[in-house]
Design a protein around this ligand. Structure first.
Ligand SMILES: *Cc1c(COP(=O)(O)O)cnc(C)c1O
Length: 365
C-alpha cells in the first residue's frame, strides 16, 4: 500500500520569475526546488513520519554517526517533462531495488519500492513546476532527483545506527556537458582502485566517491575529465569510471561491457544500453575486458567506439585513455555513431518521443 505523505508547504517558495530564470540556465546541481521529502526510521518504530517539507538545512548532532563513519547511500534519477506537460521518470523500480541493495551492504534499513517511488511522486506533486520544459529535442533538461539515506544516531561507536533519515532533494539540470557531446579524455588510475572484492563497489555510497577523488585529481592534473579504474586484484581488468559504466563497440558488431562481479556499480543506463544495443543489431557481451585488449583493440581497429554511460551524462564518447606510459586512441578514429544512435534512442524514450515498448516509464505527475 502506498503511504501518504504529510505536506508542510514552504512559507517562502521561490517566485515564479526567479524560478523561470533558474530554469532557463540551471547548470547542474546548483539550484534546488522548494521542498524535500523526509522519512524517519528508528529501530523500534521502523519507517514513519513520511513528509514533504520545505527545502532547507538539516539539524544534525555533531556526533551523528554519518559524520564519522560514513554510513550513507544515495541514488540519482531524473524527471522528464513530456510534450503534453506530464512528468515521467525512467525505470525507478531499478533504482529502488539498487537502493535496497546498497542499504543492505551499508547495514542501513531497506526502504520499500512503494516508499521509494512514492517519495518521488510526493515531491513532484508539490514541485512539478521545477521540471524544465525542453525547448527542442536537443535540449536535454530535466529535474535531477537525489534520494539519500544517512545514519543520524548521536553515538560515537562502531555499529549500525539505530536512527536513520531518508531524504529526496531535487535540482533542475541542463545537459550535463554543455556545448554538446564531446569525446572525453580518461585517466587510467594506477595508484588507486575504486573497489575491491567483498568491498562496497556495487553499492551507491558516498564513501566510494570520497575514495575516488584523489584519483580524479590525478586525472585533472593530466588534463583528463574522468578516471578509469582497474580491478584491485590483478590490476588488469577494466571496471568502470568514477561514476559511469563503460562500453566497447567492436568492428564485428559485438558490444562489450565489463561483467558485474560485485566491484562494479550496476547502472540503470548500462542495463538499458544492453537492451537498446540489441535493437540496433549489435551482440551484447558482459564479460571481463583487460586493459591489454583495450590497447590492442584500439591499435588494430577491432574496437571502433568506446563510450561511458550514466543517468547524469547519458552516453559520452571516450576520446582517449591516458596512462602513466602511453595514450591509447582508436587508430581508425571514430565518428561515435553507435553511441550517438543509442543515446538518441534512449533520450527519445525518456522524453516520450517514441513508444515505450519496454514499459520503462513511470508517470510522476
Ligand atoms: C551511479 C553510478 C553509475 C551509473 O548508474 P546509472 O544508474 O546509469 O546512473 C555508474 N557507476 C557508478 C560508480 C555510479 O555511482
Amino acid at each position: 500500500m502506498p503511504t501518504s505523505f504529510d505536506l508542510l508547504p514552504s512559507a517562502n517558495p521561490t517566485a515564479a520569475a526567479i524560478r523561470g530564470d533558474i530554469l532557463d540556465n540551471p547548470g547542474f546541481g546548483r539550484y534546488f526546488s522548494d521542498h524535500m521529502v523526509h522519512i524517519r526510521w528508528t529501530v523500534d518504530a521502523g519507517w514513519h513520519g513520511h513528509q514533504v517539507r520545505p527545502y532547507g538545512p538539516l539539524t544534525l548532532d555533531p556526533a551523528a554517526a554519518v559524520l564519522h563513519y560514513g554510513q550513507e547511500i544515495f541514488e540519482g534519477i531524473k524527471a522528464y517533462r513530456h510534450a503534453d506537460g506530464s512528468v515521467w521518470t525512467f525505470r525507478p523500480e531499478k533504482n529502488a531495488e539498487r537502493f535496497r541493495r546498497s542499504a543492505r551492504r551499508l547495514a542501513l534499513p531497506e526502504l520499500s519500492d512503494d516508499d521509494f517511488i512514492g517519495s518521488l511522486k510526493a515531491l513532484l506533486v508539490q514541485d512539478h513546476e521545477w521540471v524544465p520544459t525542453p525547448a527542442s529535442e536537443a535540449d536535454e533538461c530535466s529535474l535531477y532527483l537525489r534520494p539519500f539515506m544517512i545514519a543520524s544516531e548521536t553515538f560515537l561507536g562502531v555499529r549500525p545506527s539505530q536512527e536513520v533519515d531518508y531524504y529526496v532533494i531535487a535540482s533542475p539540470a541542463a545537459a550535463y556537458f554543455k556545448g554538446g557531446v564531446e569525446p572525453v579524455s580518461i585517466w587510467l588510475s594506477s595508484n588507486y582502485n575504486r573497489a575491491a572484492p567483498g568491498g562496497t563497489g556495487f553499492a551507491k555510497c558516498g564513501g566510494n566517491y570520497a575514495a575516488s577523488l584523489a584519483a580524479q585529481k590525478e586525472a585533472e592534473a593530466h588534463g583528463c575529465g574522468q578516471v578509469a579504474f582497474l580491478d584491485a586484484t590483478e590490476n588488469k581488468w577494466v571496471e568502470e569510471l568514477g561514476g559511469m559504466n563503460l562500453f566497447f563497440v567492436f568492428k564485428d558488431g559485438r558490444i562489450v561491457t565489463p561483467k558485474l562481479t560485485g566491484t562494479i556499480l550496476e547502472g540503470v543506463t548500462r542495463d538499458s544500453v544492453l537492451t537498446l544495443a540489441k535493437d540496433e543489431g549489435l551482440t551484447p557481451e558482459e564479460r571481463h575486458i583487460s586493459i591489454d585488449e583495450w590497447r590492442e583493440g584500439a591499435a588494430s581497429g577491432e574496437i571502433t567506439e568506446i563510450f561511458a554511460c550514466g543517468t547524469a551524462a547519458v552516453i559520452t564518447p571516450v576520446g582517449e585513455l591516458v596512462t602513466e606510459n602511453d595514450r591509447i586512441r582508436l587508430a581508425a578514429g571514430s565518428d561515435n555513431a553507435m553511441g550517438k544512435r543509442i543515446r538518441s534512442k534512449l533520450l527519445d524514450l525518456q522524453y516520450g518521443r517514441s513508444e515505450d515498448k519496454y514499459g520503462w516509464l513511470t508517470q510522476l505527475v
